[in-house]
Design a protein around this ligand. Structure first.
Ligand code: DX5
Ligand code: ZN
Length: 219
């Protein structure tokens, strides 16, 4: 089994020392930085906006993986592309013209990702799979870090891996919510290519060890 990409979520970092948090990501062996944008509407909390992404951008050479948990994501695509996002994922549940938004992200030269919450089935996004660079499976209800992974959501990861194989699609499958040392083996076995981790990364004193455990490389 290939080691997955690790994407620490800065939602779990201390916002007053974000530069220090960002600086810990690449040396740990993690490849991506996950940036959770919450609007207080699609989900109750408000996290941060595009200025934060733009201010952090020069501090890191990792892939910036922006996860928009916002209503009307279409209005935000250009702003986050300009702020330095490499990947822009938005929620199927937050938009009607999902196809158009995916095309808009790709037209801006960014990788397009689509996310579904635990209550949405893979079948809802089947028509869009050939267009996607990334499918982000939420394994908790979005809005908060430190929640418990819902194991049933991993069936969706297996299903997405099967469809990709059968149809010859190329999206990466990422898993977000409750990924920690105990659940990471299940997530990897289900076929996830990208593991997103907030508390399990920033809550660990030894970031290298945390990354190795999550990626399945610890001895
Ligand atoms: C939750 C966010 C996650 C969150 C994960 O709504 O989308 O990215 O940061 O946090 P943990 O890994 O602590 O569950
Ligand atoms: Zn996220």
């Amino acid at each position: 089994m290939k080691a997955p990409i690790l994407a620490p979520s800065v939602l779990a970092a201390n916002y007053s020392r974000l530069a220090e948090g960002i600086a810990e990501i690449a040396p740990s062996g993690a490849e991506w930085t996950h940036l959770d944008v919450m609007d207080g509407n699609f989900v109750p909390p408000i996290s941060f906006g595009a200025k934060m992404v733009a201010d952090l951008r020069p501090l890191s050479s990792t892939v910036f993986d922006v996860h928009l948990m916002v209503q009307n994501p279409e209005a935000q695509i250009q702003t986050f592309a300009q702020a330095g996002a490499d990947n822009i994922s938005f929620h199927y549940e937050a938009a009607v013209h999902v196809h158009r938004i995916i095309m808009a992200i790709k037209d801006l030269g960014k990788k397009a990702g689509l996310s579904i919450v635990p209550s949405s089935p893979v079948e809802a996004i089947v028509e869009l799979l050939p267009l996607l660079d990334l499918v982000l499976i939420m394994t908790v209800n979005p809005g908060y870090g430190g929640q418990t992974l819902i194991p049933r959501c991993l069936d969706k990861v297996r299903r997405l891996a099967e469809i990709r194989e059968k149809e010859g699609y190329s999206y990466l499958i990422s898993v977000d919510g409750g990924v920690n040392r105990d659940t990471a083996p299940l997530v990897r076995e289900a076929g996830a290519d990208v593991l997103i981790a907030g508390e399990a990364f920033f809550g660990s004193p030894d970031k290298k060890a945390a990354a190795a455990h999550l990626k399945g490389l610890a001895v």
